[in-house]
Every structure is written in structure tokens, then in C-alpha cells.
Design a protein around this ligand. Structure first.
Ligand code: HEC
Length: 156
């Protein structure tokens, strides 16, 4: 009996692990992004450089910086806007302040849906790579380390 239970645990463990490894931009993130983010971050939005020159105006028009391709999206994870996706989309539960990022609300209409989609993003970026650090230190938050950067997965 014990052996059967152990075997079941093993199978379940393997299933979870392979699910996590299989999260890709094409299969999971792109469709979710189209549903939840495209309206404000699509081809009609400015690239970050242009956005920052006129941040107030674009924000009033509900236009965030453009991130409508794989390359343009990982720009907000790795470099140069290091950790922006993590800071803006987190639910705040693991942070000391406990405040969700201001894009978390767009993950869904219910808390259940928001948590599910947050977890999908976390699996894609890498649970261990879900860090809020920027490229450079700011205040008490140190700069991201090479070691942390190495943990980023973002499979295409
Ligand atoms: C209703 C419009 C809207 C939706 C939907 C939306 N965003 Fe945004 N987003 C904005 C605007 C406007 C800004 C810029 C203002 C600000 O910084 O809050 C922004 C800023 C951001 C930033 C910060 C970029 C930076 O400058 O560092 C990230 C990251 C982001 N959004 C990701 C997302 C993701 C991922 C989704 C989908 C889950 C999403 N947003 C959905 C409007 C939106």
C-alpha cells in the first residue's frame, strides 16, 4: 500500500514538473496577453522610450508601453526594464508591503482567475526568478544579480 501511495506521489510530482517546464510564450502567454493586455499594450501603443517622454498623456489615453511581441515583452522581465512585469503583476502577497502591482487587476474578473493567471506568468518567468529588483539599485532594493538573471526561463 505504502508503495502504491509513493508511486502515486511520484507520478503527480512528475506531472506538475513537466507542466511547469512546458509553459511557453506561444502556447500559454501569448493568448493570455491578447485577452488581458493587448488593448493597452498593443501595436497602437508607443515603445517605452517614447512612452516615457510623454508618460502622463499616454496613461490618460490608457496606453501603456508596447509589448506585443516576444522580444518586446521579455524587455520588461530581463533588460532593460528589469523586473517591471514582476513588480506590476504581483498580487503583493509575498512582499512586505502587501500591495498588489497595479496591473494585477487586469489578470481577471475574479480573484480565482487573477491568481491562476498570475501563477501561469510566474511559471513562465520561473518561480525562482520572480524578483522585484531593477537593473540598478534603488533605495533599499539592491540591483538584480547575474545569479537571479540566470534563473529566468521565458520559453518561447
Ligand atoms: C486598461 C489598460 C491596460 C491594461 C488592460 C493593461 N495595462 Fe499595463 N499599463 C497600462 C498603462 C496606461 C501603463 C502605464 C502607466 C503605469 O505605469 O501604470 C501600464 C504599465 C504597465 C507596465 C509597466 C511598464 C513600465 O513602464 O515599466 C507593465 C509591466 C504592464 N503595464 C504590464 C501589463 C500586462 C502584462 C497586462 C496584462 C495582464 C497589462 N499591463 C494590462 C495600461 C494597461
Amino acid at each position: 500500500m505504502l508503495r502504491v501511495i509513493l508511486a502515486l506521489f511520484l507520478v503527480a510530482g512528475v506531472a506538475v514538473a513537466s507542466w511547469a517546464d512546458d509553459i511557453t510564450y506561444r502556447k500559454h502567454i501569448r493568448p493570455l496577453w491578447e485577452q488581458k493586455c493587448a488593448a493597452c499594450h498593443g501595436a497602437g501603443s508607443p515603445y517605452l522610450g517614447e512612452f516615457l517622454e510623454n508618460e502622463k498623456n499616454f496613461t490618460q489615453q490608457m496606453k501603456g508601453p508596447r509589448m506585443d511581441t516576444y522580444a518586446d515583452l521579455i524587455f520588461f522581465i530581463g533588460w532593460p526594464d528589469t523586473g517591471a512585469i514582476m513588480r506590476r503583476l504581483d498580487d503583493g502577497k509575498s512582499a512586505a508591503g502587501g500591495k498588489p502591482g497595479n496591473m494585477y487587476q487586469y489578470f481577471g474578473a475574479t480573484e480565482e482567475e487573477r491568481e491562476k493567471n498570475l501563477n501561469l506568468f510566474k511559471e513562465w518567468v520561473g518561480q525562482d526568478a520572480w524578483k522585484f529588483n531593477r537593473w540598478e539599485a534603488r533605495g533599499k532594493v539592491p540591483a538584480i544579480t547575474k545569479e537571479d538573471m540566470d534563473k529566468i526561463k521565458v520559453n518561447y
